[in-house]
Design a protein around this ligand. Structure first.
Ligand code: NDP
Length: 397
C-alpha cells in the first residue's frame, strides 16, 4: 500500500488523481499539490474518496522538501511542467522518495528538450537506492513500451519505427491546444528531427507530410514530422534501429492559426517590453487561449496513437502496427477530461503502480523501454487504454 504525492493540478493531474483514487489497493493515501491550491481542491471534490491537497511552488526545492516531509509519500508523480523536473528530482533525492514524470526537462529560456539533464542524475539516484521513471505518459511512455513489447515478442531486429499520433477529436473552437499551450506550441514550432543511420536529420517545422488511413472509422489524416523526446531514448536503447520518426496529425485550420500567430510574433519565447513591463509573448498567448482542461466537455471524436514497426523475425521481414483508440467523450464520462489528458494520465498512474508493486522497482534513472513491457501492457488493457495489434502489408514510407 503506497502513499503518493501528485504535483500539478492541470488536465493531466486531474486524470492521475482520478485513476490513483480508483486503485485504492495500491494508492492508499494521495496528496495532490500544485501552484494554485484551489485547482487541487476542485479536483479533490470530484473524487469518490478523500485525498489531501496542498499548495507548492515546485521550482522552490525547499518548499518541495517541506511538503514531502509533511505528506511522507513513497513517491512523487510529477505532472507539473517540464521546467520543474530537475527541482522535483532534487527534492526527491533530499528526502529519499522515488520519482516519476511524463515529459523530459526543458529549460524555460530555451525551447529545447533533451534527456541529458535528467540522465545526469543516474548515479545519484542509484547511490540513494531510489528510482526515477522518465516519460510515463503516452508519447513518450506507452509508445516506448510498445517498442519494447514488439522487440520482446515479435522481432529479432527492429529496422524502422514510426510513431503516429492522431487526434481526430473536434472541440468546435477556432484554435486551442489539447495540453499546456506553451509546451505544445514550443514543440510544434521547433524544427523537425529524426534518427537515420546513426545520426539526426533536421527538417524545417511541418516540412515532411504524409497521409495515413487510421483504423476504426477515423479515416485518412495528414501527418507532419516532429521531433519528439522518445526518439532520443529509443535510438540510444535500440541502436539497431535504422530510422525512427515521429508524426502528428494537424488540421488545416489549426496550422493556419499557428502560422499567423507565429508571423505576428506571439509564439516567441523572447521577452519583450510592454507598457513598462517585461512579457514573454507565448505566455501572454497562453493566457488568451482556452485552458486545455476546459475542452473536456466540448471535445468529440477519437485519438489513435501507435507505432508502425518494420523488423525481421526468423529471417522474414514483417510490419507490425500496435495502437490505442481513445474516445474523448468516454474519457469525459469517466474522469471529466478529454482524451489527451486521459491518455497521458492513465500511463502515469500505471507507471507509478508498476513501481509501488515492485514490478519495475530498481534504483537509477530509467526510460520506459528499459523495463519489462508485459505487466504494463496488461494494465493498459485493465485501466482504460486497451491496445490492438495487427500486421500491415506495406511499410509506412
Ligand atoms: P497544464 O498546464 O494543464 O497543468 C500544469 C499544472 O502544473 C498546472 O496545474 C500548474 O499550476 C502546475 N504548475 C506549473 N508550474 C508549477 C510550479 N512551479 N509548481 C507547482 N505546480 C506548477 O498541463 P497538462 O496537465 O496538460 O500537462 C502536464 C504535463 O504533462 C506537462 O509536463 C506536459 O508536457 C506533460 N504531457 C505529457 C504527455 C505525454 O504523452 N507524455 C502528453 C501531454 C502532456 P497552475 O494551474 O497554477 O498554472
Amino acid at each position: 500500500m503506497a502513499n503518493v504525492l501528485i504535483v500539478g493540478a492541470g488536465g493531466v493531474g486531474q486524470v492521475v488523481a482520478h485513476k490513483c483514487a480508483q486503485v485504492e489497493e495500491v494508492f492508499e493515501n494521495i496528496t495532490l499539490a500544485s501552484r494554485t491550491k484551489s485547482k487541487c481542491d476542485k479536483i479533490a471534490d470530484m473524487l469518490p474518496r478523500k485525498i489531501n491537497t496542498a499548495e507548492v511552488d515546485a521550482d522552490n526545492v525547499s518548499e518541495m522538501v517541506a511538503l514531502i516531509e509533511k505528506a511522507k509519500p513513497d513517491m512523487v508523480i510529477n505532472v507539473a511542467l517540464p521546467y520543474q523536473d530537475l527541482h522535483i528530482m532534487d527534492a526527491c533525492l533530499e528526502t529519499g522518495v522515488h520519482y516519476l514524470d511524463t515529459a523530459n526537462y526543458e529549460p524555460p529560456e530555451e525551447a529545447k528538450f533533451e534527456y541529458k539533464w535528467q540522465w545526469a542524475y543516474q548515479e545519484k539516484f542509484e547511490k540513494a537506492g531510489l528510482m526515477a521513471l522518465l516519460g510515463s505518459g503516452f508519447d513518450p511512455g506507452v509508445t516506448s513500451v510498445y517498442t519494447a513489447y514488439a522487440k520482446k515478442h515479435h522481432f529479432d531486429t527492429i529496422k524502422t519505427l514510426d510513431i503516429l499520433d492522431c487526434n481526430a477529436g473536434d472541440h468546435g473552437l477556432p484554435f486551442a491546444t489539447n495540453f499546456n499551450p506553451e509546451i505544445n506550441i514550443r514543440e510544434i514550432t521547433a524544427n523537425g528531427r529524426y534518427w537515420e543511420n546513426g545520426q539526426w536529420v533536421t527538417t524545417k517545422p511541418m516540412e515532411e507530410k504524409r497521409v495515413f488511413e487510421f483504423p476504426e472509422g477515423i479515416g485518412e489524416k495528414d501527418l507532419y514530422l516532429l521531433y519528439h523526446e522518445e526518439l532520443e531514448s529509443l535510438s540510444k536503447h535500440y541502436p539497431e534501429i535504422e530510422r525512427a520518426r515521429f508524426w502528428m496529425t494537424f488540421g488545416a485550420s489549426y496550422l493556419k492559426h499557428l502560422e499567423v500567430l507565429q508571423n505576428v510574433g506571439l509564439t516567441s519565447i523572447e521577452p519583450i517590453e510592454f507598457q513598462g513591463q517585461q512579457i514573454v509573448p507565448i505566455q501572454f498567448l497562453k493566457a488568451l487561449l482556452p485552458d486545455p482542461a476546459s475542452l473536456g466537455p466540448l471535445t468529440k471524436g477519437k485519438t489513435c496513437i501507435g507505432n508502425i514497426i518494420k523488423g525481421v523475425k526468423d529471417g522474414v521481414e514483417k510490419i507490425y502496427y500496435v495502437y490505442n483508440i481513445c474516445d474523448h467523450q468516454e474519457c469525459y464520462k469517466e474522469v471529466q477530461s478529454q482524451a489527451i489528458s486521459y491518455t497521458t494520465g492513465v500511463p502515469a498512474m500505471i507507471g507509478a503502480k508498476m513501481m509501488m508493486e515492485g514490478k519495475w522497482m530498481k534504483p537509477g534513472v530509467w526510460n520506459m523501454e528499459q523495463l519489462d513491457p508485459d505487466p504494463f501492457m496488461d494494465d493498459l488493457n485493465k485501466y482504460g487504454l486497451p491496445w490492438q495489434e495487427t500486421w500491415l502489408d506495406k511499410p509506412f514510407v
